[in-house]
Design a protein around this ligand. Structure first.
Ligand code: ATP
Ligand code: MG
Length: 769
């Protein structure tokens, strides 16, 4: 093995080296952004393989995205060669799928179970809620799914939830939960949260199964530990085990940064990091203090913002990179002005050779903010890529095609089956579907079985035309299933689906331009399937000696393809730094940016009510979370950081005035060079530096901020409870106020339109009643 490269620790600092070499007790590496935590994990794996003679099959590393997993694996392969492929490097979810497929029989599933993503799961919840006659206004599928997910993240099963329910809401949720789990089981399916919860259950209930994994995995590593939830925490503990008579517990190494915990809404709890030493009494903690990513200016800004959060362990990050450029601040008249500033600045940086497009990232708080950037980038011919948003696999036609594939792999997959029942239209209407579903309920059979009964004329109230249509559909699926049984590859199966269902023909015949796009997407899906079928697929499991291999779906098979697609996460579509994607600016939300780094970062929409999010303005806990998000955003930048906002931004189709984000005021003023300031910020007026080199474009579109108008508006003084009238929104009640003078804002509940809005008091047509 290429020993020297793998084990040389010369390019690590002392603390990093300590973490890499540490052996025995559980190890926690806590450190701020960019201090090399992920690098420590990768190098530790290399060290285990090269110096401690660990078999690659004994290593399990857990990352936050599949992409991060692929990268980590690639790095280790670079260090020690191809035998590293036997490691398990994956996300929590992929790891659980792998275990559950192997152990499916133990928990009463067949190994071809479907994985329901958020959308499938919500569809099923909708069906359940409808059958339970719940008021959709009070119990929306969205709300219910959040409740179910929270329960699962806490490892509370349906029966326990039912037994513990103390109020009406909890009882309803538990009712839905019980029924939902039954339908999942009937459909031979699991949702994302189940993957974790069922794995935990299995390890706890079946000691012999657990023992297999205890013997097999001797080293467990977790990146981004601050974003693990309770279920994942317990899962890690179960995988480590308490030790067997002849083998000690596995070695654990987790790395994280409590200041970057940004997934509380998914149940992530920094408790897992804060109380690591209590959970693992013999734990060792290593702290890293040198940042290798950013300039001192960027770090100072990040530290200043995050230091406003209370109850945190103070960390001092330093860098040898020097002060670097100042942060650039910009205030746009509106979101279009802000976007053209970003676009023109990118142009300027690229023209002057200061950066390539792929060195640059644009961040925003929520996906819908990408549209304005996309519009201007398209107009200026600036190549870009949006990560997240309506993703390829979420498009209707792609989901339809995938649903067919899923039904072929798992005939009991009810959600997929009902999705495609009448797609393309084949005369199976809602009434016919209802008859089949009633039949299924009455005879306690699956929907798939009820469909067969319907085809045989055994379903009551079904008219002959529907019966014929259903018989045709059942026959169609049987015919397609033969392609699977014959061992055809995924691309061929998919092609047959599009052909024999008439899906492709229907789109081809249409003159709706959207259908043209749909056709292209399906062609793209066939390409994806073909590449998958021809590619290496999933590497076969190479277990360490003395343990038996874990079965993985045969590479290139339908099951393997479905598994891959169901586990694709947002961050997986980030372009790599290779030629084909070089020269592309990346757009993404702050959440997606975690763990990444770019030489140039534009963080946009820094407005109270946008970022921090409206919800957070009156809630200190949420505000602290938004501040961590700001910390994550700032610390992605290596050399240059731009922070911008718009004075007016359209929201729900109405122009809204948002005051500057409070996070601006938390950054020391001398770190920011304002290209253009807004009317409601008392900042040095450097507006004239703007537009110097951009060579047209922006310079001409720029209008001076309408400062006079704003300054002269007499400040209306409002208190909580005041009634107001707004020119557009009508009557409202003040629910919160903040700031003073020209920066004073009020959050106003306009009950009639059902919206709560945050307004800069002096800048909106508002009168106090
Ligand atoms: P985050 O908190 O954002 O996940 P991190 O702590 O995981 O960051 P890394 O991504 O591992 O940090 O490292 C940040 C950058 O610093 C990377 O480009 C990495 O290659 C580099 N780096 C880390 N340690 C060293 C070192 N000892 N010498 C040189 N470069 C380093
Ligand atoms: Mg990292």
């Amino acid at each position: 093995p290429p020993r020297s490269g793998a084990s040389s620790l010369d390019d690590l600092n002392d603390q990093q080296r300590r973490a890499v070499e540490h052996a025995g007790s559980p190890l926690l590496v806590v450190a701020g952004a960019g201090s090399g935590k992920t690098r420590v994990l990768t190098r530790r794996i290399g060290y285990l393989l090269a110096e401690r003679r660990v078999h690659p099959g004994e290593i399990m590393a857990i990352t936050f995205t599949n992409k991060a997993a692929a990268e980590m694996k690639e790095r280790v392969v670079d260090l020690v060669g191809r035998r590293a492929n036997a490691m398990w490097v994956s996300t929590f979810h992929s790891m659980c799928v792998r275990i559950l497929r192997r152990e499916a029989k133990t928990i009463g599933l067949t190994s071809g179970f479907s994985i329901y993503d958020a959308d499938d799961s919500r569809r099923l919840i909708t069906l359940v809620a409808r059958d339970l006659d719940l008021d959709p206004k009070r119990y929306s599928a969205r709300t219910l799914s959040v409740h179910l997910s929270n329960l699962k993240n806490e490892l509370i099963d349906a029966e326990t939830a039912k037994a513990n329910a103390t109020n009406d809401l909890e009882r309803r949720v538990a009712e839905v939960y019980v029924e939902y789990q039954q339908r999942l089981a009937q459909a031979n399916a699991m949702d994302f949260d189940d993957l974790i919860m069922r794995t935990v259950e299995m390890l706890q209930l079946f000691p012999d199964v657990a023992e297999y994994y205890h013997r097999r995995f001797r080293h467990i590593m977790v990146d981004e530990y601050q974003d693990t939830n309770h279920a994942q925490y317990v899962l890690v503990r179960e995988l480590i085990g308490k030790g067997l008579p002849d083998v000690p517990p596995a070695e654990l190494c987790v790395v994280g940064d409590a200041d970057q915990s940004i997934y509380a809404f998914r149940g992530a709890t920094i408790r897992n990091i804060v109380e690591f030493e209590r959970d693992y009494p013999n734990a060792t903690t290593v702290m890293l203090e040198q940042n290798y990513r950013s300039t001192q200016t960027i770090l100072d800004a990040a530290n200043a913002v995050i230091s406003r959060n209370s109850g945190r362990r103070d960390k001092r990050l330093w860098t040898a990179h020097g002060q670097g450029e100042k942060i650039v601040g910009y205030v746009g008249d509106n979101e279009h002005d802000e976007a053209s500033f970003v676009a023109n600045e990118i142009d300027r940086l690229v023209d002057s050779g200061d950066a390539n497009n792929n060195d640059i990232a644009v961040f925003y708080r929520t996906n819908n903010q990408s549209r304005v950037f996309e519009e201007i980038f398209i107009r200026l011919g600036l190549p870009y890529r949006v990560v997240g948003g309506v993703r390829f696999y979420e498009r209707r036609e792609v989901r339809d095609a995938m649903a067919y594939l899923r039904v072929l792999a798992n005939p009991e997959d009810t959600v997929s089956l009902r999705r495609i029942l009448n797609v393309p239209k084949r005369g199976i209407g809602d009434r016919a579907e209802a008859c089949v579903s009633t039949h299924a309920e009455r005879y306690r059979t699956s929907f798939a079985a009820a469909l067969r009964d319907a085809a045989d004329g055994k379903v009551a109230m079904l008219n002959p035309r529907s019966q014929r249509a259903i018989a045709g559909f059942v026959e169609l699926l049987d015919g397609l299933r033969r392609f699977v049984d014959d061992g055809q590859d995924v691309a061929e199966i998919l092609d047959a689906v599009l052909e024999q269902t008439g899906y492709r023909a229907e789109l081809e015949a249409s003159d709706d331009p959207q259908d043209g796009t749909r056709l292209e997407n399906l062609t793209e899906l066939v390409t994806v399937a073909r590449e998958f079928a021809e590619g290496p697929g999933i590497t076969p499991d190479d277990a360490p000696p003395d343990t038996e291999a874990v079965a993985v779906p045969e590479s290139g098979s339908l099951a393997a393809f479905l598994e891959r697609v169901s586990l694709v996460a947002d961050a997986d579509s980030i372009p790599d730094g290779d030629e084909e994607s070089s020269g592309v600016v990346t757009l993404m939300t702050l959440h997606t940016a975690k763990g990444l780094e770019y030489p140039v970062v534009f963080s946009t929409g820094w407005e109270d009510g946008v970022f921090p999010h409206l919800r957070a303005l009156s809630d200190p806990v949420e505000l602290a979370e938004e501040r961590r998000l700001a910390y994550v955003g700032i610390t992605r930048a290596r050399e240059r950081l731009y922070l911008s906002r718009a004075i007016v931004r359209a929201a729900w189709g109405q122009p809204m005035s948002n005051p500057a984000s409070r996070f601006f005021a938390e950054i020391p003023a001398d770190l920011i060079d304002w290209r253009r300031t807004g009317p409601d910020r008392a900042a040095p007026t450097r507006a004239t530096t703007w537009g110097g080199r951009s060579g047209g474009g922006l310079g001409t579109t720029h209008r001076p901020a309408p400062a006079a108008k704003w300054k002269d508006t007499p400040a209306l003084s409002l208190d909580v409870g005041d009634r107001v009238n707004h020119d557009k929104y009508g009557l409202g009640t003040v629910v919160a106020t903040d700031g003073a003078g020209p920066r004073a804002t009020a959050t106003i509940d306009f009950g009639s339109s059902g919206t709560i809005r945050l307004m800069l008091i002096g800048s909106v047509p508002l009168v106090k009643l």
